[in-house]
Design a protein around this ligand. Sequence first.
Ligand SMILES: *[C@@H]1O[C@H](CO)[C@@H](O)[C@H](O)[C@H]1NC(C)=O
Ligand SMILES: *[C@@H]1O[C@H](CO)[C@@H](O)[C@H](O)[C@H]1NC(C)=O
Ligand SMILES: *[C@@H]1O[C@H](CO)[C@@H](O)[C@H](O)[C@H]1NC(C)=O
Ligand SMILES: *[C@@H]1O[C@H](CO)[C@@H](O)[C@H](O)[C@H]1NC(C)=O
Ligand SMILES: *[C@@H]1O[C@H](CO)[C@@H](O)[C@H](O)[C@H]1NC(C)=O
Ligand SMILES: *[C@@H]1O[C@H](CO)[C@@H](O)[C@H](O)[C@H]1NC(C)=O
Ligand SMILES: *[C@@H]1O[C@H](CO)[C@@H](O)[C@H](O)[C@H]1NC(C)=O
Length: 541
Amino acid sequence: MFLTTLLLQALLLVPVWSHYYVAVNGNDFGPGSATAPFRTLERAQAAVQRSTKGMRSDIYVYVGPGTYYLNEPLKFTSEDSGQHGHRVIWQAQDMIKGVNISGGVRITKWKASSAGKGIYEAQAPAFTTRHFYANQAHAQRARAQVQRSWVNQTATGLKVVNDSAKYILTMPGLEHAEFHAHNSFTSRYNPVTGASNDTIFMAQPAWNNNIIGYDSFNKPDVDHGLYVENALSLLTDPNEWYLDPESHIIYYMPPSGQDPSNMYLVLAKLETLLLIGGTYDQPVHDLTFRGFNYMHTTWNVGYVDQQTGGYIGTNKSYTNFEASRPFWWQVPGSIQVSAAQNILFQNGSIVALMGGFGIGNDPNAHTTGVGLGASDVEISGMLLHQTGANAITLGGIQANAHHPSDPRMLNQNTRILENIFTDLGYTIDSAVPIFASYAKDTYIVHNDIVNVPYSGICYGYGWGSNDAGGSPQYQLRGLYNYQPVYNTPTTMQGGRISANLLYSVGTLHSDDGGIYTLSASPNTTLSDNWVKSPQAYGTYT
Ligand SMILES: *[C@@H]1O[C@H](CO)[C@@H](O)[C@H](O)[C@H]1NC(C)=O
Ligand SMILES: *[C@@H]1O[C@H](CO)[C@@H](O)[C@H](O)[C@H]1NC(C)=O
Ligand SMILES: *[C@@H]1O[C@H](CO)[C@@H](O)[C@H](O)[C@H]1NC(C)=O
Ligand SMILES: *[C@@H]1O[C@H](CO)[C@@H](O)[C@H](O)[C@H]1NC(C)=O
Ligand SMILES: *[C@@H]1O[C@H](CO)[C@@H](O)[C@H](O)[C@H]1NC(C)=O
Ligand SMILES: *[C@@H]1O[C@H](CO)[C@@H](O)[C@H](O)[C@H]1NC(C)=O
Ligand SMILES: *[C@@H]1O[C@H](CO)[C@@H](O)[C@H](O)[C@H]1NC(C)=O
C-alpha cells in the first residue's frame, strides 16, 4: 500500500512542499497539506525525502496532537537530512499539547482474575517484553524480597539455606523468573533456569559474569536488597504485574480502589523509537525534533550491570574480570543518534520508557551497527523522567570511543541545556540522568536534577586506565594483559558543567555523587553548580 502511495504521488506529480502536516485522523493518500494531512510519520518521511534535493528553505513537518503508536522504529539517514544549509524540522503542531510517540500497545478489556484478590487479567498480543507502564509510570514486575542470608552462592546458582526461601525451589514458572540484586553501585539481574534439590540454577553466561569483579551479585559492597521477580505467585502487591509467556495473558494488580478500565495501561513492544544514524561517509544531519514525548519501550537483553549502563555482554563467559573490562557493552537508548551532525531535540519529554537518549555510543548499542561520530547534538528544554536506564548516555566505552581509529568517530559539541531530570532508573536503578563517557566539548548547563537513585551527572569513564601512560592501579589489577597502555590522551576534554541544580541524589545507592568525574578531562570547567543531598557526595572527583 505504501509503495502504491509513492507511485500514485509520482504519477500525479504531486508538487514538492516545504510544509507537510500529519494528523492521527489524516490520510496517507492525500497531499499532506494543512487541510488534508497524512496519517503516518512514515508517509511524511517519504514526502520529505522527495523534497530535500532542491530545498531552498527549511522543511517543516507539523504533527498534530495525539499518540502515534509505531509498528517499527522510525529510521533517519542521510536521505532524510536537510540540504544546502537548511534543516528538516519535525515539530508538534501544538507545542502546548505536544505529540506522543509510543512503542507500546494499549491493553484494554480487563477482567477480575482468579489468580488472586485484587488481580485483573487481559489478553496481550504475542511478543516478549520486560516493561509494562501504568498511567505513564513503570509498573513493578511481581517480586518478593529474599534475605541475602537465605541463599548461598555456588558455581551454578543459589543454594537455599533457610526455610524462608524454600518456596522458590518449587515455584510454578520458576524457569521464567529472574533474581535482581540491588548493590552499592550496580543493579544486577540474573535469569533462572530451574531448580533441583536445594539449588536454584542460574542462566549462563550471566551467572559466571555476575559473580566476578567488584560489587558482584552475591558479594555486594553495600546490600540494597535482593529480590526474586517475575512469577505469577509473587504478584501480591498493588502496581505489580506479570505476563505469562505462553498464554500471553497479562496480570496486574491496580492500586487499591482503581479500576484498570479507567487507567492508561501500555505494554511495551519496541526497544527503540528513533534510529537516527548514517555512516561515517554519509552522516545524517540537520534535523530538528521539537515538542515530542517519547514513550513505551522495553529491552530484553542485559543483566550484568557494571556502572552507568556499561555491562558484560551476553556472548561470552569470563573467568578473569579484567579481561572483560575493555569489552563491556552499553545499554541502548530508545532514541539513538550516531554518525550524525547537527541534530536537535527541543522541548517535549521522555517518559515511561526503558533506555533514554543514546548519543554516539559504541556500535553494540546502535541498531544501525554504526556507533560513535555524533557532533553538534542538542537536547534542550525537555523533561526527562520515568526511564528504566540512563536518561542521556553520551559516548562509548570501548577503544574507539577514547582513542578513535578514524577521526570521524569523535563525539563532540553536545549541548545538554535547560532540561529537568527527575524520578528515573526504574529497571537498572544504578542509572543516572546524564552520563558522558568520552566526548570533546560537552556543555551541560542549566539543568535541574531532582530525586534520582544513583549519581546526578557522571562525567568520564575508565577510572584513569585509558589515560596517557595508563594507571598503576590497573597495572596491578592486570588490565594491560587485555588492552594496550595508551600513550596519548583520550577524547575527553573541553566543555563545561555549569549552573546545574542537583537535589536529592543517590536515593537508592551508595558510592555516588551529584557530579561524579572519572579520568582526565583537560580544560573542562565545573562552576556554579549547586548540589544538596544527604546521601551522596556533592562533587565526587
Ligand atoms: C500523551 O499521552 C498522555 C498520557 O496518555 C496524555 O495525557 C496526553 O494527552 C497525550 N498527548 C497528546 C498530544 O495526545
Ligand atoms: C552459607 O555461606 C556462609 C558464608 O560463606 C557459610 O558460613 C555457611 O556455612 C553457608 N551455609 C550453608 C548451609 O552452606
Ligand atoms: C531464617 O531467616 C529468618 C528471617 O531472616 C531468621 O529469623 C531465622 O533465624 C533464619 N533461620 C535460620 C535457621 O537461620
Ligand atoms: C538431589 O538429591 C538426591 C537425594 O539426596 C540425590 O540423589 C541427587 O543426586 C540430587 N540431585 C542433584 C541434581 O543434585
Ligand atoms: C562477542 O564476542 C566476540 C568474541 O569474544 C567478539 O569478537 C564480539 O565483538 C562480541 N560482540 C560484541 C557485540 O561485543
Ligand atoms: C522550549 O525550551 C526552551 C529552553 O531550551 C524554552 O526557552 C522554551 O520556552 C520552550 N518552548 C516551549 C514551547 O515550551
Ligand atoms: C586548554 O585550553 C588552552 C587555552 O584555550 C589551550 O592553550 C590548551 O591547549 C588546551 N589544552 C588542551 C589539553 O586541550
